[in-house]
Design a protein around this ligand. Structure first.
Ligand code: ADP
Length: 888
C-alpha cells in the first residue's frame, strides 16, 4: 500500500478524461495514442528505477461555464483512441496556449501521482504501431503549478500536497479529527457488516480498517462507490484529512443507506414474487402430474358445482357452517389423497338431503281421502275407518303427535298399498324402507365416518331418495328386525318413532342432527308378537287378517283384473276372465291369506293373452292390412316395373289402437282348459284333507304362521320298539312338550278310551311312536297343536280315521282341559280356504268369533270343546272311538 513517496518537481502528465484516480486506487489503462505511448515509454518503460507519472483529471469544455484558454493536444485517455483539445480552467488551472480548432478541455488543478505496477508492451500488426497496457496505483495528491505541452507529451511542475509525518501527528491529536475518525470507522464497520452478510467478504476490509491510517483509508473506501465526477473531484481536492474523512463518512453513509433501501425493496419484491411463483409452480406441477396420470377431469369445477348445490340445499345455519368447514378441508385435499372421496360423498349427501324442501300439503279433504282409499281397496271397512280417523286428527291438529300406525297381517293383504294410499290422500310423497333382516343398529343409524365403506342409515338414505322432508315413510316388516352383537335396531327405531326425540335424529354417518318430526311413519308387520314391547307401545296396531274367498273374488274382479290388464297393455276386448274362473284360481291355485299369488296368477293369464294378441296382429298385418295400406303404392311401382316399397307400421302404437285400426277380434275368454294350460295342474283341491286322513293316525290342525292361518296335518305312526317317542318336522321346544303331554294323556287314558286290551297295561309295550308334522322344512312351534296331537294318537291306536271335514286347534293341559289359543280368526279363515266344514275350538275362544267375517262363519260349523273328550267326540265320525265301541 501507498507509503510516503518523494515526488520529483516535474512529472509527465497523463490526462484522465472525466475520471479521477484517488490515492490508494488501482487502474488499468491501454495507451494507444502517440502522446500517451510516448509518455509511458519515456517515463515508465525506459526508466530503470520505478517511474512515476501524474494523473490529472480533464473535462470536456462543453461542460464548462467559462473557457478562454485552449490547448490543442492529442491525449490518450483510458480508451486512449481519441485526441481532443485541452482548456485550462481560468479559475483554478493554468492557462495554456494552443490552437483552437476542434474542441477544448479543462484541466483540473490537482492530480495524483501514480506508479506502474504492471506494464506490457504490444506491437499492432501490420501497422507496427506500439501500444501499452499499464496498471497504475494512485500514490499521493499533488498540485499542478505549471503545465507544459511542449515536447511529445504534457509535463507539469508540481508541488506535493501530502503532509509530513509531524504535521500528520499533530492533526491526529486534534479532537475534531478523532471524533470524525471514530464516526467514519463506525459507519465503515456498519457497511462492512452489511456487505459481509451479503457476500461474506468483509474480513479483509476489516483488517485494512484496523491497520491503515484513516485519512488514507477514506480514499480507498470511496473509490469503489458510484460517485459523480463532482464528488470524485471534491474528494481529490480534500487535502485536509479532516475534510476528507468527513466527506468519506458522508459517502459511506449514503452508500449504506442506498444498500439498505435496495435490500428492503428486493426483500419485498422477492417475498411477493416467491409466494405467487410458488403457487404457480405447484399448480404447474399438479397439472403435469394429472396429465401423466390421465386424470384430467376438472375437480375444481366439480367442487364449485358441489358448493352451489350445497348453497341451494337450504341447510340450517349450524349445519351449513359444518358443511362449509368440511368443504374447505376438501378443497385443500388432492383427489388422490385418502379421505378425499369419502369427504366428497359426505358433502354430496349433505347437499342432497331435503333439509327444508317439503311437498306442499294440500288442504285435507276427508271425503276425497275416503274415496281414494275406497277406489284402491276393496273391503277393509274397519281399517279404512281407522285411517280416516287418523287423517281427521291430522287435519284438525297438523302437528298432533298421534301414534304411529302399524298394519299387521299376512303378506299380500294390502298393508303397503294402504300406506301409499295414505300418502296419496295427504298429497305427500311415499317412501318405503325395508327393515326385514336388519340386525345391525348401524343399518338404522348409519356407520361412523371413520369406518371404511361407512354410509348413512336407511332412514337418511330414504329421505335422500325421496327428496322431501315430509314424506309418508313406510317402515316395512318392522317385526323382522333382530338384535345381535352389532346392536339392537329396534332401540334405534324407538328414537325414530318417538316424537320427542326424532326432532334431532342423530345418524352416525351424518353426524349432525336431522329433524324427522315432519315425517309421517307407518309400519307394517306380519305379526305383532315379535315386535319388542317398547316399540309396539309407540304404535297403534291395525290388523288385516286376510281375505275370504268371496272377498278375494271381489278384489280380483274390481281391482286386480283391471290393473293386470292395464299393466299388460290389454283390455276387456282381448281378455275376459269370468268370475267362475277367478273362483277356480282362488280355490285351486292359491291358498293364501292375501291376494299376492292371486294377482300373480292373473298376470300369468294376461301374459298368455298378450302373446296371443300379438301373434294374431302379426298375422293380420301381413295378410291384409299391409296390403291394404301398401296397395296403391305397389300398383304404381309395379306398373313402372320399379322395386317394391313397403309401408311400415309405426311401433309404439298400443294394442287398442291397432285393433281399432284393423278391427280384429282376438277376444280371449279364459276357460278351465286354458287355466290348466297356462297355470298348470291345480295345486290344491278340496280332496286333499280327505286323502290324507284316509288312514288312521292323521289329524287336521289349524296353526298360525307369518303367512296367516294354515291347515296343518299331524301324522302319527307306531312301530316295534321300546316305548320311545320320535318327533320330526323342525319342531320347537314348546311343540315337543305338547307332544309329550299328548302322549302322556293318551297313555293315561288308554284303558278308558279302550285303546288297549283289558289285560294290557302299557300302551307303548313293545312299540315306539313317531309323530311327524309334514312340510318338514318349515320350522314350527307353539302350544296350540295339543288337541290335534291327541286326536292323531287316538286315531292311531283306535284304528279309526278322523273326519276329513274337521279341523281343530287348542292347547291342552296334562289333565285334558282345553285351553284357548290365539289367531282364531286367521285359523278359521284358513280352514275356510281349505274347504273345511267343521272347526273344533276351545270353548273360551268363543269371544274371538265376532272378528270372523259373517259369511265365513255361516259356512262353517264351529264346535266348542272344554275338555279333550269333547274334541275327540267331534273329531271322529259318529263320536269318540270308545263310544263307538260301547255303542257296538
Ligand atoms: P302387503 O304389503 O300386505 O304384503 P301389498 O300392499 O303389497 O301387500 O298388496 C299386494 C297386492 O294386493 C297389491 O297390488 C294390492 O293393491 C293388492 N290388494 C291387497 N288388498 C287389496 C284390497 N283390499 N283391495 C284391492 N287390492 C288389494
Amino acid at each position: 500500500m501507498a507509503e510516503s513517496v518523494e515526488l520529483p518537481g516535474r512529472l509527465g502528465i497523463l490526462p484522465f478524461k472525466n475520471q479521477v484516480l484517488l490515492p490508494g486506487a488501482f487502474i488499468r489503462i491501454r495507451c494507444t495514442s502517440p502522446t500517451s505511448v510516448k509518455l509511458v515509454e519515456q517515463e515508465l518503460w525506459q526508466r530503470e528505477e520505478k517511474g512515476l507519472i501524474g494523473i490529472v483529471p480533464v473535462r470536456d469544455a462543453a461542460e464548462m461555464t467559462s473557457m478562454d484558454s485552449v490547448l490543442s493536444q492529442g491525449v490518450g485517455s483510458e480508451s486512449g483512441e481519441r485526441s481532443s483539445k485541452v482548456q485550462i480552467n481560468t479559475l483554478d488551472a493554468h492557462k495554456v496556449d494552443g490552437k483552437s480548432n476542434s474542441g477544448v478541455i479543462q484541466w483540473h488543478k490537482r492530480g495524483v501521482a501514480a506508479r506502474a505496477l504492471h506494464l506490457s508492451r504490444g506491437v499492432e500488426k501490420p501497422s507496427g504501431r506500439v501500444t501499452y497496457i499499464v496498471v497504475l496505483e494512485g500514490l499521493c495528491r499533488f498540485n499542478v503549478e505549471e503545465l507544459s505541452t511542449r515536447g511529445p507529451y504534457c509535463t507539469a511542475k508540481i508541488s506535493t500536497l501530502e503532509m509530513t509525518k509531524a504535521e500528520m501527528e499533530q492533526v491526529e491529536q486534534d479532537p475534531e479529527f478523532v471524533t470524525l475518525s471514530r464516526q467514519f470507522k463506525a459507519t465503515a464497520m456498519e457497511l462492512i457488516s452489511v456487505l459481509e452478510q451479503k457476500q461474506k467478504t468483509g474480513g479483509r476490509i476489516k483488517v485494512l480498517l484496523e491497520t491503515l491510517p484513516l485519512h488514507k483509508l477514506a480514499d480507498i473506501f470511496v473509490v469503489s462507490f458510484e460517485m459523480s465526477l463532482e464528488e470524485q473531484l471534491s474528494m481529490l481536492d480534500s487535502v485536509d484529512p479532516k475534510v476528507r474523512i468527513s466527506k468519506a463518512t458522508e459517502l459511506v453513509d449514503r452508500h449504506l443507506q442506498s444498500i439498505r433501501v435496495a435490500e428492503k425493496i428486493t426483500q419485498k419484491v422477492e417475498g411477493q414474487l416467491s409466494k405467487s411463483q410458488k403457487e404457480f409452480l405447484l399448480r404447474q406441477q399438479m397439472r403435469a402430474i394429472k396429465e401423466e396420470l390421465g386424470d384430467n377431469d376438472d375437480d375444481e369445477d366439480d367442487l364449485a358445482a358441489l358448493e352451489r348445490k350445497m348453497q341451494s340445499a337450504e341447510m340450517p345455519s349450524n349445519i351449513w357452517k359444518h358443511a362449509q368447514r368440511e368443504l374447505r378441508r376438501l378443497k385443500k385435499m388432492q383427489p388422490q389423497q385418502p379421505g378425499y372421496n369419502s369427504s366428497r360423498v359426505y358433502l354430496e349427501l349433505l347437499a342432497d338431503l331435503p333439509w327444508q324442501k317439503a311437498s306442499e300439503e294440500q288442504e285435507l279433504d276427508l271425503k276425497a281421502a275416503k274415496d281414494c282409499l275406497d277406489s284402491d281397496h276393496y273391503g277393509l271397512v274397519k281399517v279404512k275407518q281407522r285411517i280416516i280417523e287418523y287423517l281427521a286428527v291430522r287435519k284438525l291438529k297438523p302437528d298432533a303427535r298421534g301414534p304411529v300406525l302399524c298394519f299387521v297381517g299376512p303378506p299380500g293383504v294390502g298393508k303397503t298399498s294402504l300406506a301409499s294410499s295414505i300418502a296419496a290422500a295427504l298429497g305427500r310423497k311415499f317412501v318405503r324402507i325395508s327393515l326385514g333382516g336388519v340386525k345391525d343398529e348401524a343399518d338404522i343409524r348409519g356407520h361412523r365416518r371413520t369406518y371404511i365403506g361407512s354410509m348413512p342409515g336407511r332412514l337418511i338414505d330414504g329421505l335422500k331418495r325421496v327428496g322431501v322432508c315430509n314424506p309418508v315413510m313406510l317402515l316395512d316388516e318392522i317385526d323382522k328386525t333382530g338384535s345381535d352383537v352389532r346392536g339392537d335396531p329396534a332401540s334405534a327405531l324407538l328414537e325414530v318413532l318417538d316424537p320427542e326425540q326424532n326432532k334431532s335424529f342423530n345418524d352416525h354417518y351424518l353426524n349432525v342432527p336431522y329433524d324427522l318430526s315432519k315425517v309421517i311413519f307407518v309400519a307394517t308387520a306380519n305379526r305383532a308378537q315379535p315386535i319388542p314391547p317398547p316399540l309396539l307401545d309407540r304404535m297403534e296396531v291395525i290388523e288385516l287378517p286376510g281375505y275370504t274367498a268371496e272377498e278375494k273374488l271381489r278384489i280380483a274382479m274390481q281391482h286386480l283384473i283391471p290393473r293386470v290388464l292395464d299393466q299388460h297393455g290389454l283390455n276387456s276386448e282381448y281378455l275376459q276372465i269370468p268370475e267362475a274362473m277367478v273362483k277356480l284360481v282362488i280355490q285351486r291355485y292359491t291358498r293364501e291369506a292375501g291376494v299376492r299369488n292371486l294377482e300373480r296368477n292373473l298376470a300369468a293369464l294376461a301374459r298368455a293373452a298378450a302373446v296371443r294378441v300379438a301373434e294374431q296382429e302379426q298375422a293380420v298385418s301381413v295378410s291384409k292390412d299391409v296390403h291394404k295400406l301398401a296397395s296403391p303404392l305397389l300398383d304404381n311401382r309395379l306398373a313402372e316395373g320399379a322395386e317394391m316399397e313397403m309401408e311400415v307400421l309405426p311401433m309404439g302404437v298400443n294394442n287398442h289402437e291397432i285393433s281399432n285400426t284393423f278391427k280384429i277380434s282376438s277376444l280371449l275368454v279364459v276357460d278351465e282348459a286354458m287355466l290348466e294350460k297356462i297355470l298348470g295342474p291345480p295345486r290344491f283341491d278340496d280332496r286333499e284333507a280327505a286323502d290324507r286322513v284316509a288312514t288312521p293316525g292323521v289329524s287336521v290342525g289349524l296353526v298360525w304362521t307369518t303367512f296367516g292361518g294354515e291347515v296343518q296335518f299331524v301324522e302319527a305312526t307306531a312301530m316295534v320298539g321300546n316305548g320311545e317317542l320320535h318327533l320330526t318336522g323342525q319342531l320347537g321346544d314348546v311343540i315337543k312338550e305338547s307332544a309329550q303331554i299328548a302322549l302322556t294323556w293318551v297313555r293315561a287314558r288308554a284303558a278308558d278310551l279302550e285303546l288297549i286290551a283289558a289285560e294290557e297295561t302299557n300302551l307303548l309295550q313293545g312299540r315306539d311312536i313317531h309323530i311327524h308334522f309334514p312340510a318338514g322344512a318349515v320350522p314350527k312351534d307353539g302350544p296350540s297343536a295339543g288337541v290335534t296331537l291327541v286326536t292323531a294318537l287316538v286315531s292311531l291306536f283306535s284304528h279309526k280315521s278322523v273326519r276329513a271335514d274337521t279341523a281343530m286347534t287348542g292347547e291342552m293341559t296334562l289333565r285334558g282341559l282345553v285351553l284357548p289359543v290365539g289367531g282364531v280368526k286367521d285359523k278359521i279363515l284358513a280352514a275356510h280356504r281349505h274347504g273345511i266344514k267343521r272347526v273344533i275350538l276351545p270353548e273360551r275362544n268363543l269371544k274371538d268369533l265376532v272378528e270372523v267375517p259373517a259369511p265365513v262363519l255361516s259356512s262353517l260349523e264351529i264346535l266348542l270343546a272344554k275338555r279333550m273328550e269333547d274334541v275327540l267326540e267331534h273329531a271322529f265320525d259318529r263320536g269318540s272311538p270308545w263310544r263307538q265301541h260301547s255303542k257296538l
